[in-house]
Design a protein around this ligand. Sequence first.
Ligand SMILES: [Zn+2]
Length: 149
Amino acid sequence: MDKRDVGSGFVISRAAVQEIMRHAKFESPRECCGLLLGSALLIEEAHAARNDSSDPRRYRVNPEDHFQAIQVARSSGRSVLGVYHSHPGKPPAPSPTDLAGASYHDYVYLIVSPQSEIEDPVSAGNLKAFWLRDGQATGVALRMESPSS
Ligand SMILES: [Zn+2]
């Protein structure tokens, strides 16, 4: 997806936010990672993946889990929109390693700083979205779906 097509940004389901927070807290202090499934600008589901990095402060999405997420998405008429990972005890901002390792230009990258019980981590600034391209991070607007939507 191209930058100019994003308009007002991505919407993420409450269920996906809860799954990302659960996964991040479960793996903390290790970083966690996973894939984001949905359509167009709606992130509907977070699909947890194994982190292949031996460094607890880095992540590398397990290739089999990545492939499986693509299969799950396709089988339900959706696609993999991006990747999420966590920054335990650090702000949700891309690290130089994140920038260097971002190999999917059409993926949106979500970074979460896991905190205890927050109703809306997106509004609280604990879950943020970025494009990571050519060694540069660009913030992308993200909001959690309202209860009625
Ligand atoms: Zn990172």
